[in-house]
Write a protein that binds this ligand. Structure first.
Ligand code: THU
Length: 157
């Protein structure tokens, strides 16, 4: 038996000012998108913004529904919209922000497993890393590739 280890590293920033201009713009787009959340059940507003290879930003927010599984997270709303709008472009980065009643949470917004899987597939499609920026009021995390938040990605078919 060999014991194996998976290590991940990521950057932590204290303020948005420490980000590159492009990442800061993306983080702001994610925070702005929180305002368009439809979350009458959880009251947790999430915004996501995707940076495309042509520089365009496509945003999305969580959309809830009384039949709970019918709703969708902000990240997938943004990624599906981005893929629809720019089917031939790559997704280079995604920023996520969230908080109760639209007030940005102190801790970074961490995407759910299903959204990570969808990120993974768009990253595979691009053949290039897609970075993930999780925005919180107290700290911001940046992961350089989706693998860092979803080790052993399923992409066997
Ligand atoms: N939500 C997101 O939009 N993204 C995530 O990564 C986690 C959860 C939404 C789904 C639901 O509308 C609300 O947050 C509470 O789970």
């Amino acid at each position: 038996m060999n014991e194996k280890e998976i290590k991940i590293s990521f950057a932590e920033y204290k303020t948005l000012d420490e980000l590159t201009e492009a990442d800061r713009e993306l983080a702001h787009a994610a925070m702005d998108a929180m305002n368009n959340a439809y979350a009458p059940y959880s009251h947790f507003h999430v915004g996501a913004a995707v940076r495309m290879s042509n520089g365009e930003i496509v945003s999305g927010s969580n959309q809830e529904n009384a039949a709970f599984p019918s709703g969708l997270c902000a990240e997938r709303t943004a990624m599906f919209a981005a893929s629809y709008r720019f089917p031939d472009k790559d997704m280079r980065s995604i920023a996520i922000a969230g908080g109760v009643y639209g007030r940005l949470a102190e801790q970074p917004a961490t995407p759910c497993g299903a959204c990570r899987q969808v990120m993974a597939q768009y990253q595979t499609k691009a053949g290039k890393p897609m970075s993930v920026i999780m925005v919180g009021a107290k700290r911001i995390w940046k992961f350089e590739r989706v693998d860092d938040i979803l080790p052993l990605i399923f992409d066997s078919i």
